[in-house]
Design a protein around this ligand. Structure first.
Ligand SMILES: [Zn+2]
Length: 142
């Protein structure tokens, strides 16, 4: 599942801090996603980073309680940036395509099970932003 961070800066440490503030009851003190992809501000553009949530294969905390199964079984990828406001940088996009394709083949995930956060029924969010090129992305990972 694809997300954007909504902010223009992002590192593992920064997102851990944000998660600690926003979901203070989460016993998992880690980023809510399995992977983040940098935009050149904090991480290099296209750089993929993870913390122990991904390393230990722990469930995610990136969708609402209305879609608990998505948190339990889904893989959360977050692009640093705000794609309501500006387009996805090319190196970051390319890195997302290759990471998604490798996860799809590793875990046998079909294209129709790859989606954006706000495209899931019950989620009230614009994430990953109206300028995220979902149609093109689906073609690029197919
Ligand atoms: Zn999201």
């Amino acid at each position: 599942m694809i997300h954007h961070s909504g902010g223009s800066f992002g590192t593992i440490e920064f997102l851990q801090k944000v998660h600690r503030e926003r979901q203070a009851n989460d016993p998992i003190d880690a980023i809510p996603y399995h992977y983040i992809i940098g935009n050149g501000n904090g991480l290099r553009e296209g750089e993929v980073a993870s913390d122990w949530r991904q390393e230990l294969g722990i469930w995610g905390a990136h969708v609402s309680g209305r879609n608990t199964a998505r948190n339990m079984w889904g893989i959360g990828i977050c692009l640093i940036g705000n794609y309501e406001m500006y387009p996805v940088p090319e190196l970051q996009y390319n890195s997302l395509v290759s990471l998604t394709k490798s996860l799809m083949s590793e875990y046998n995930i079909s294209v129709h099970n790859v989606t954006g956060h706000g495209h899931i029924e019950g989620e009230q969010t614009k994430c990953p932003g109206k300028l995220f090129p979902m149609e093109q992305f689906k073609r690029d990972i197919a």
